[in-house]
Design a protein around this ligand. Structure first.
Ligand code: HEM
Length: 131
């Protein structure tokens, strides 16, 4: 799995959605999407981009840990932002328990991704790849 490339593609998709929501808020004159726009932009675009750069520059050797960090990172970024949208705005009229569970699961996946990232940077030697 090319972690840097996967994270970069998701980061770019989040970037488009983030600026789209920002443009929508400016045009619509309603800031209802503000927290969702903020998290799509900061978690989706910037955090995934930062992780992508880490994998590109340091090329960590621990593949299983890298795989799980990348999977939980992408799932967490999608889960948290969609969960926030469902929970705050409930566009599909889902039961409150469902929107809350989605929100919490997404947030927890993201927390796990950050913990795995911490573990990865502690375990790896921290030297930049020469390639
Ligand atoms: C086309 C680009 C963008 C537009 C039109 C836009 C528009 C907006 C608007 C209208 C708000 C609400 C402002 C308010 O509450 O007074 C906002 C909030 C925010 N935006 Fe953007 N934005 C854009 C890109 C970005 C990007 C790239 C990021 C981060 C990487 C970002 C991060 C934030 C954050 C964190 C907030 C919340 C600020 C707060 O609640 O105090 N935005 N944006």
């Amino acid at each position: 799995m090319n972690h840097a490339k996967i994270l970069l593609i998701f980061s770019a998709i989040f970037g488009i959605i983030g600026v789209g929501l920002g443009a929508h808020m400016s045009g619509a004159g309603s800031y209802a999407f503000r927290p969702i726009h903020a998290h799509v932009s900061l978690v989706g675009w910037l955090t995934l981009f930062a992780w992508s750069m880490y994998y590109k520059v340091y090329q960590p050797k621990r593949k299983t840990l890298s795989n799980w960090q990348t999977i939980t990172g992408v799932v967490g970024a999608i889960g948290l932002t969609m969960g926030m949208w469902f929970y705050n705005m409930n566009p599909f009229g889902l039961p409150d328990g469902v929107t809350l569970a989605f929100y919490i699961a997404g947030g927890m996946a993201l927390v796990v991704a950050f913990l795995l990232f911490l573990l990865l940077v502690i375990l790896e030697d921290g030297k930049k790849s020469k390639a």
